[in-house]
Ligand binder design. Sequence first.
Ligand code: 0PR
Length: 393
Amino acid sequence: MREEGDSPQAVLEELARIVEKDVNRFAFRALGSMCPKPLPISEIAYLIGIESNVGDPGVWEGVARLEKEVVEDLGALLSNSKAVGAIVSGGTEANILALWAARNYMKRREVIVPASCHVSFYKAANLLGLRVIEAPLTSDYTVDVEFVRRNVTKETAAIVGIAGTTALGAVDPIEELSELAIEKGVYLHVDAAFGGMVLPFLKELGYEVPEFDFKLEGVCSITVDPHKMGLAPIPAGGILFRGEELVEPITFETPYLAGGGARSFTITGTRPGGPIAAVWVLLKVLGRRGYRELVRKCMMLTERLARGIEGEEGLELLMRPVMNIVGVRAKRISVKELSLRMRRLGWLLSEFPTHLRAVLMPHHTEELVEELLRDLKRAALKGYVELRAALKA
Ligand code: 0PR
């Protein structure tokens, strides 16, 4: 920090220069992110709420009310309008909260996660001193329920299912996990960080979608992130619990707050009201129909990309997409090599050990998908000579 401040104009210009590429990332070929371009109206709402702290709900009564309403709406979307929850910093905090509640509620220290789970579960287990048992996947990239069944013991606090895996958007057999959880008396957490705001709308669009939410009696908590398919600005993660008794063991009182004592179960104390205002506005402005139409568009793009890959001799689709996430690899070159070549061609895709991932979002276009297919096809050619010739063509 310098002794004297610069002129605001100079500083803002410097700021704009530094983040220029970030701001423009939605304009170029980025399909690696699970966070879409937020709708402009949500950014206005964010600014309206920007000074508020929902961590002191007695002072910031307005945003505290908005959070209640948002939690109620998300709960209703996931078959439980009486769910207890919060808008938190993201899926990571939501998953940590779920395992924290599970550990304290069950008073046990082991968790069984699918091998496909997000890294946040390992962070959670590490923080909470939980032993992790990793359940393998079956050939359809979902968790092996029989393995989970065999490994539930008197030490098991929780089992986890994913509704929309990070790598492929696969949905674990949550119905079977729910039955298992009830039978064995263990906690079941569902990570629907991405899928929670896709699957209900897919169902309304007539897709055959497996049950994954509170309709299943064994489901104790669900992660559902508005800053993913809810189209909200970052940070807006969501955690929902079936009922008050599950959050009780992680609830703490802060008695001295200016607005009067408050009880909270989030990790962070001071919490931004801006994202909550943004989510509230989005749910109101879009409604179910709005979200359904956006999901319809994403699935149209997904289907085009998937069919294009299937029709291409050098490419391989990992799995028929359940939601708007596509996994692709090349038949004749490694994933690393394909990834490198795609990067050189100007694409930002996510690289997993077995494939590249593209997430199709509402701000993407059919033209972009066609270009992606064309470049994937070129990049998958075996030799550089072939590739160079194709690039010149
Ligand atoms: N659960 C699932 C199933 C996830 O895929 C993710 C993140 C999380 C939980 C954690 O959510 P937070 O990142 O909100 O804590 N999945 C994204 C991914 O790994 C995160 C991401 C988002 C990465 C935007 C890059 C990016 O640009 O792809």
